[in-house]
Design a protein around this ligand. Structure first.
Ligand code: NAP
Length: 363
């Protein structure tokens, strides 16, 4: 992994890169990242604005979301079913955009949408199924939330917790990556909607204080604490539900402490993403001994529940049960730095980027 000081190198990459409405600005793959992303992996590109043809729309980007999977896109993988990127391609990314021109029968000018826009300030789109566009409802909440909490991050948190984790009131739950995008939603939904007793893990004292304020009864600083000792102290009777965002040794430590009929949700394994070899879990037989189950999920397999999930999340925000936490980078030039921050653990909540801020109005 690159050291933390490398983050400041991204400021030089962003310097002097402003956008206007007269051209399309893009971030493209310059080279395949080796280990963590570095500035040389990104290429700034300016192209003319294209006109939408029949059946197409012109989208103007307002917000983009950042996700750990993006490094995998840049190395040429397609873990989410997106097309494999070649050197010189615009980096994949979902975000929030306004339709500024439409020659598509189902989409109107002025509508706000969220979907696969890519790292660019405009996109001509045929609004294909592959791009997974959704109209943004007027629910009294800012459009910015569509790039995370009311977007794929929200669906991931909801699907992982409810469809896979089957949480019960009173469950002793452990959650890794608790200060991140998915984690900060799961902790609040588990504690404030279901009534679980949540112990969260995060890196550093500041993030631990944050997660205690966002649904966690107790926090484990996995960078400073002995995880095994902390789990034994905070969960002396074991764990009913482990929501895994990090994989590796943390997953193994939680597996060791499963109670009868417990559940393990495999959401992500960020501690393994830059390792040369995947971690080999040695104690999976704990599931057999405790009649427990381990279930993975892929957010795109849960799209049929989009509307219901977004209604749930918006309702919980309005009811004060879920505080949306989005870590908003300012300006399109900041996208590479915002991505690098994820792997350095700099973000709190969903990492997003404001390209143009809120629209003046939307239909
Ligand atoms: N299954 C699915 O369909 C699906 C959908 C969305 C996301 N995911 C996965 O869910 C996980 C969370 O995603 P997210 O978008 O919410 O990202 P995120 O949590 O907002 O960002 C990553 C966080 O992971 C932590 N981290 C980084 N390196 C780590 C390491 N070596 N060990 C432990 N923690 C580390 C950092 O927090 P600390 O400072 O606390 O370390 C960082 O802030 C990721 O693994 C992602 O790939 C899966």
């Amino acid at each position: 992994m690159a050291d933390a000081g490398a983050i400041s190198d991204f400021d030089a990459l962003a310097a002097g890169k402003a956008i206007d409405d007269d051209a399309n600005y893009q971030w493209r793959v310059a080279r395949r990242p080796v280990g963590n992303v570095v500035p040389k992996d990104f290429d700034w590109h300016v192209t003319d604005l294209a006109e939408p043809g029949p059946g197409e729309t012109l989208l103007k980007t307002h917000y983009l979301g950042l996700a750990p999977v993006m490094r995998a896109y840049m190395v040429g993988g397609s873990p989410s079913g997106e097309s494999a990127l070649k050197i010189g391609d615009v980096i994949h990314g979902r975000g929030v955009a306004q339709i500024v021109k439409s020659r598509h029968p189902d989409w109107q000018e002025g509508q706000m949408v969220q979907g696969q826009i890519g790292w660019q300030t405009y996109k001509v789109s045929a609004m294909t199924e592959q791009e997974k566009f959704f109209a943004m409802p007027h629910n009294g909440l800012p459009a910015a939330l569509g790039s995370g909490v009311l977007g794929m991050t929200g669906l991931s948190a909801h699907a992982g917790l409810f469809a896979c984790g089957s949480p019960q009131e009173g469950d002793r739950m452990v959650l890794s990556g608790a200060a991140g995008g998915v984690g900060s939603m799961v902790s609040q939904m588990a504690a404030n909607v279901v009534g679980c007793d949540v112990v969260g893990m995060a890196g550093g004292a500041e993030k631990c204080a944050f997660i205690r304020d966002h649904g966690c009864r107790a926090a484990i600083d996995y960078k400073a604490d002995d995880i095994e000792e902390a789990l034994d102290r905070l969960c002396p009777d074991g764990i009913d539900l482990y929501f895994d965002n990090v994989g590796g040794e943390t997953l193994e430590a939680c597996m060791e402490r499963l109670r009868m009929h417990s559940r393990v949700v495999l959401c992500g394994s960020i501690s393994e993403y830059t390792r040369p070899e995947p971690f080999k879990l040695s104690n999976y037989t704990r599931l057999r001994r405790t009649d427990s189950r381990m279930q993975g999920f892929f957010v795109y397999n849960h799209l049929d529940r989009w509307d219901a999930v977004m209604d749930d999340i918006a309702g919980w925000i309005h009811a004060g049960k879920l505080v949306p936490v989005q870590d908003m980078a300012e300006g399109f030039a900041a996208m590479p730095k915002a991505l690098a921050q994820l792997y350095h653990g700099r973000n709190v909540g969903v990492q997003c980027c404001s390209v143009r801020g809120e629209p003046e109005q939307w239909n």
